[in-house]
Design a protein around this ligand. Structure first.
Ligand SMILES: Nc1ncnc2c1ncn2[C@@H]1O[C@H](COP(=O)(O)OP(=O)(O)OP(=O)(O)O)[C@@H](O)[C@H]1O
Length: 310
């Protein structure tokens, strides 16, 4: 659905997007992550044909965003970061107007309106003035607008920005429901959202793409040299520590004792959970915890973008 090659955007002396390349296949939900000013919105605006690139190319459904802009746009539903909405139009009037503007045939507008209002849970407010809606409902109107012409690809720039946790959950569920029929590229700063909804993560930093992988692969990349928590009740703790140290792949070990229990934090370059379990069974130790610490997307993001404050 998306094929980006050497795409660059400069604003005067600022290079916002620097020779990026990536592809997004049909049916993928891709989370587009990066710190403030990384170039996410600029990339999304170029892909949505709102902003011409300085150099490089991008294709949407096989159409060049610059040369075949109108064709490309037919396949895109774009929801910008701050959805510009007319305050004094009613929700249904506005969506009908947008449908006509996007070339939806007159006979289909009623049906499309009903579909998007249902999908975005707008039925209760469809006769309300947009200016009277809460932020969450306005976001939904933006989403309904992006979908009204049945595009295959949705490009959503921070769709949950400014929403409360309940509204975030609703929009996230909605995006999850959309994945059956759409390809989605969405930017967000909420990493748990990406872990829950996306099939792939692209991390952009200072205009360059640093990573493109599944959330699982990203986690296992960082967890390979894993930390394992192991808490046992062994009759002779010193002997137990010595035995654990002799296991292959153990790099270092910290322990902490509370009454009868010893809690080990083991650094190893392999997943040693089975070996530790077998050792405990052999030695007749009682085990209270045996877990491998898994890196969160938040740690991965911080590592890749070298930022602690996300
Ligand atoms: N119209 C503009 N004129 C000049 N510079 C711009 C313009 N739009 C963006 N920039 C600059 O380009 C860089 C990338 O901005 P962009 O908005 O694409 O980042 P972003 O990743 O979407 O950030 P955020 O998470 O804060 O929305 C920033 O340095 C920004 O200041």
């Amino acid at each position: 659905m998306i094929k980006v090659q050497n795409l660059t955007k400069r604003y005067g002396s600022v290079t916002a997007v620097n020779e990026i390349q990536f592809e997004v296949g049909k049916g993928e939900i891709v989370g587009f992550l990066g710190p403030n000013g990384a170039g996410k919105s600029t990339t999304m605006r170029m892909l949505s044909c709102y902003l011409p690139p300085t150099s490089g190319t991008a294709e949407i459904a096989g159409y060049d965003i610059f040369r075949d802009s109108l064709r490309a746009r037919e396949h895109i539903g774009y929801m910008p970061e701050n959805v510009p909405l007319p305050q004094d139009m009613r929700v249904d009037e506005y969506l009908r107007f947008r449908a006509a503007l996007k070339g939806v045939p007159g006979r289909r507008i009623k049906e499309r309106l009903a579909d998007v209002c249902e999908l975005c849970s707008l039925n209760d407010v469809s006769r309300k003035l947009i200016g009277a809606l809460s932020k969450g409902y306005r976001q939904r109107v933006g989403l309904a607008d992006a979908m009204i012409h049945e595009p295959e690809l949705l490009i959503l720039d921070e769709p949950t920005i400014g929403l409360d946790p309940n509204q975030i959950r609703q929009v996230r569920d909605l995006i999850r429901n959309l994945r059956r029929h759409h390809t989605i590229l969405l930017s967000t700063h909420i990493l748990s959202e990406v872990e829950m909804t996306c099939t792939r993560v692209i991390i952009i930093n200072k205009g360059r793409i640093e990573v493109s992988d599944t959330p699982e692969n990203l986690r296992s990349r960082l967890t390979q040299e894993g930390e394992i928590l192991f808490e046992v009740n062994a009759p002779d703790p010193a002997a137990a520590t010595a035995k654990i140290k002799t296991l292959p792949h153990v790099k270092s070990l910290n322990s902490h004792r509370t009454q009868d229990w010893t809690r080990y934090l083991i650094q190893a370059d392999e997943d040693l959970r089975e070996d530790l379990h077998n050792l405990a069974v052999r030695e007749n130790w009682r085990v209270r915890e045996l877990t491998r610490r898994v890196a969160t997307l938040e740690q991965i993001f911080a590592e890749i973008t070298h930022k602690e404050d996300i």
